[in-house]
Ligand binder design. Structure first.
Ligand SMILES: C[S@@+](CC[C@H](N)C(=O)[O-])C[C@H]1O[C@@H](n2cnc3c(N)ncnc32)[C@H](O)[C@@H]1O
Length: 278
């Protein structure tokens, strides 16, 4: 059986073929990451070589979809890593709400099925009240996984107790009154219209997509970690450029700022990986 990662000629060829076939830029992801994702599909199909895998992949649309799903790990939660949400709620949002006159624009980059974008929307609603919310806040969630974008836009989540990622009830224990923000029927949690109307979702590839501008808060958590160091440097600078003066950049718990952006951003809360554009 194939080891977790064997970088050989076939591996490089598969990377190239996947990029051409699926328009997924494999060359910007870490080899260790790709190796694990490919190995998982090879195991599922009981194959031993990248070459054999390619022979199936090029003909089988189902397998192409499965590989894309494998490559875009979508794990997410409402209020994932709760300590950072404490700081967003007690410091980041009150500061930006006090300082900014017009509408506050937020971007959840790599938003998966939307839980991060809705989490910050609910937090804004808690602080501002639902009437003010629409005039004051606008949120966009972007991702390269189209299924995720569609799921996010529908705003419907099913709670399956057991795994934390699927246990919506547990995730929402962060907020005292989830019924204010969801229509809840049994295990089905439907985000209310008052929250949905300030959040939009769209397809956007952080690697090749257009540059974005004029944001006051950007969350990009648990996405960039899979990219090469060179690409991370470019993206962190892109996020810096995309922020308004005084804007906040919020990273994932295990991520580290690298490149030029490291000297440009002002640390705001290092423990929770929150930075500010001075
Ligand atoms: C692990 S999830 C993180 C979701 C959320 N930010 C969180 O921290 O809970 C990573 C997401 O990044 C997306 N992603 C991967 N490569 C991307 C790219 N090049 N452009 C945009 N999104 C990407 C994946 O589709 C996936 O939904």
């Amino acid at each position: 059986m194939l080891p977790e990662l064997e970088i050989n000629k076939d591996f490089e060829q598969l990377k190239y073929n996947v990029k051409e076939l699926l328009n997924f830029n494999t060359f910007q992801y870490k080899d260790t990451y790709l190796g694990r994702r490919f190995a998982s599909r090879l195991r599922a199909l009981h194959l031993d070589t990248y070459h054999d895998y390619w022979e199936i992949l090029k003909k089988d649309i189902n397998e192409q979809e499965k590989l894309l799903q494998e490559l875009t790990i979508n794990v997410t939660e409402f209020f994932r890593d709760s300590p950072v949400w404490d700081v967003i709620s007690s410091d980041v949002l009150p500061t930006i709400l006090k300082e900014k006159q017009g509408k506050i624009r937020m971007w959840s980059a790599g938003s998966s099925d939307g839980k991060e974008a809705y989490s910050i929307a609910m937090m804004c609603a808690k602080i501002l009240g639902e009437n003010e919310l629409f005039n004051k806040v606008e949120i966009i969630g972007t991702d390269i996984d189209r299924d995720c974008i569609n799921h996010a836009a529908g705003g419907k989540y099913i709670s399956r107790p057991g795994l934390i990622q699927t246990d919506i009830k547990k995730q929402l224990s962060f907020i005292v009154t989830p019924e204010k923000f969801f229509d809840i029927t049994g295990d089905v949690f439907q985000v209310k219209h008052s929250i949905k109307k300030i959040v939009n979702f769209e397809y956007h590839d952080l690697i090749s997509g257009s540059k974005k501008h004029n944001y006051d808060i950007i969350l990009c958590r648990n996405v960039v970690i899979y990219f090469t160091r060179q690409l991370q440097e470019v993206l962190y600078k892109d996020f810096y450029d995309a922020l308004n003066h005084g804007g906040f950049f919020i990273m994932g718990k295990t991520e580290t700022l690298v490149g030029e952006a490291r000297n440009l951003f002002i640390p705001y809360n290092l423990k929770e990986r929150i930075f500010r554009k001075g």
